[in-house]
Write a protein that binds this ligand. Structure first.
Ligand code: R5P
Length: 312
């Protein structure tokens, strides 16, 4: 590794950060990232970063606000220590579902998070499967937005699943499901969903033929699990032979893992952008690692090589 590249990590997903470094065959930068007794975040870099190309890995995992502040303060520390360039590596970008107002008197929290990162001093962002790609435009700095769909589709190709129908559980996810379909083969179905209240999903209708097929619900994230479970019920009702789910970010909020375990979904595959919620550690959820993908992206950014090559 080039001597000027340095990588630090917050506590959002240490395991992923260590796996990235194992791929890069280099140690994580030494730093104190913890709390003072009064609950405030404490950061101290234990390495000289002057003139370095610094990457800070931080998944915005639960507790989201704490990990966001850790990231902001780490960026501040690195900036004040005269790094040449700072890239925030954010495998899971929280607040992304609040990227627009859905009613009066609401914030656009994703834009505020983008503003906070830039104000803290970040020069570029590397992230994976933003809930809404338009969030890239909330930044006036480079954003490298990777997709994990190729990884998810290759898992299904390895399983040799036949007669797949890739299912988007809502209109916003059609592009992702179509990308999955192109890579895994098969057909496409689209579900129309509404949210009667926050964190509640209601499936309305579906377009596409799923009878006798293996339906794979493709989504960016599993939060409460409501979207998946409702979609699976409709798929079974319309005659799907079996239902699988493939999602990038496994949040598994509240009793999501329990709901999914009780549903007709046979298998769930997620990536390790987030640490696996303890309730979801029951062996029925398969985890694919994004560590090599992020390691490759870090190397390419550092060496000024193309990132688009990673999308094929
Ligand atoms: C759309 O809103 C997203 O792409 C996901 O479908 C959604 O965030 C999943 O959330 P939940 O598991 O809470 O239904």
């Amino acid at each position: 590794m080039d001597g000027r590249l340095q990588v630090f990590a917050g506590n959002g997903n240490r395991k992923l950060a260590e796996d990235i470094m194992a791929t890069l065959e280099a140690p994580l930068g030494r730093a104190i990232v913890d709390c003072w007794r009064n609950g405030e975040t404490r950061v101290k870099l234990d390495e000289n970063v002057r003139g370095s190309d610094v990457f800070i890995i931080q998944a915005l995992a639960d507790p989201v606000n704490h990990h966001l502040v850790e990231l902001l303060i780490m960026i501040d520390a690195v900036r004040r220590s005269s790094a040449a360039r700072i890239t925030a590596v954010i495998p899971y970008f929280a607040y992304a579902k609040q990227e627009k107002k859905t009613g009066g008197r609401e914030p656009i929290s994703a834009k505020l998070v983008a503003n906070l990162l830039v104000t803290a001093g970040v020069d570029r962002v590397l992230t994976l499967d933003l809930h809404a790609p338009a969030i890239e435009g909330f930044f006036d700095i480079p954003v490298d937005h990777l997709r994990a769909t190729p990884l998810l589709a290759s898992a299904f190709r390895r399983m040799a699943v036949e007669d797949i129908v890739a299912v988007s559980p809502d209109a916003g996810g059609v592009g992702r499901a179509e990308d999955f379909r192109v890579r895994s083969g098969g057909s496409l179905a689209i579900i129309s969903k509404k949210r009667p209240s926050p964190d509640e999903a209601e499936v309305i209708e579906m377009v596409g033929d799923v009878a006798g097929k293996t339906a794979v619900i493709v989504d960016d994230m599993i939060s409460t699990g409501g979207t998946l479970v409702q979609a699976a019920d409709m798929l079974i009702e319309r005659g799907a032979a079996r239902v699988y789910a493939a999602a990038v970010h496994g949040i598994f909020a509240g009793n999501a893992a329990e709901l999914i375990a009780k549903s007709s979904i046979e298998k769930v595959i997620v990536t390790d952008t987030l640490p696996l919620h303890t309730a979801a550690q029951n062996g029925s959820i398969e985890i694919l690692t994004v560590a090599p993908l992020l390691a490759e992206a870090i190397t390419r950014i550092h060496k000024d090589l193309s990132i688009s090559a990673l999308f094929h």
